[in-house]
Design a protein around this ligand. Structure first.
Ligand code: IMP
Length: 211
């Protein structure tokens, strides 16, 4: 079975390959389909965006497609920035802008609890063949991965990206940006979602026929 992953980021593919059990799978990414436009991520939930990305890629390629969407949910901010994590401080903002906004929004607040959440969606071509230009059908399912933690009072560490210098995972003293990539990848929301996806959907490609 051929699986296409909805990313053009080679680092994401490497992280996925380190966790996912790909036995029985022929894997490619959106990089192999440069003619297919990127999905507009305009849904108001992580689930919505992950499903939209997977379905559009499944429909455009006719292949089973996997897509993820992640975000930081801060308890005292009603789970913001969530699905808006990338551009929270405004269109074209940097990671530093987002981190400064987070420190500002939490200043004076006692509750600094937060979690990173990743949703992974799988879209499989439907049974009905497409005809007359009608869109192909796709069957979808999702899994998620979560890491709980707290938001630090100041930026710490140089590794990683995004909100890593402010996120202290539960059971640790260091921020994600102070952990090595290997340590972070063992416990991260993405790693947990990928491990769950690999376990949940393996039967689709190892031939147990539990379709
Ligand atoms: P994406 O869905 O993986 O592109 O993540 C969307 C946004 O969430 C990123 O631009 C970051 O701001 C934030 N984010 C997701 N995962 C992480 C992480 O592991 N560390 C820090 N920030 C993250």
């Amino acid at each position: 079975m051929k699986l296409v992953i909805a990313t053009r980021n080679p680092h994401k593919l490497e992280e996925i390959k380190a966790i996912f059990d790909f036995k029985g799978l022929d894997v490619c990414t959106a990089l192999d389909f440069p003619e297919i436009p990127d999905t507009v991520e305009d849904c108001d939930t992580l689930e919505g965006n992950a499903i939209k990305k997977a379905v559009e890629l499944c429909q455009a390629t006719g292949l089973t497609a996997l897509a993820d969407d992640s975000g930081l949910e801060v308890e005292a901010l009603n789970d913001e920035p969530g699905v808006y994590s990338a551009r929270w401080a405004g269109e074209g903002c940097t990671y530093a802008d987002n981190n400064l906004k987070l420190l500002r929004e939490l200043s004076g607040k006692d509750n600094r609890r937060a979690r990173f959440r990743t949703v992974i969606a799988l879209a499989r071509p439907g049974k009905e063949p497409s005809c007359g230009g009608a869109k192909r059908k796709a069957k979808t399912a999702t899994v998620e991965g979560v890491i709980e933690g707290v938001i630090a009072k100041a930026l710490r560490g140089e590794n990683g990206f995004g909100y890593d210098p402010l996120f202290i995972p539960e059971g640790y003293d260091q921020t994600f940006a102070e952990l090595s990539t290997e340590e972070k990848n063992k416990i991260s929301h993405r790693a947990r979602a990928l491990a769950e996806a690999s376990k949940r959907w393996k039967h689709l490609w190892v031939g147990n026929f539990h379709h």
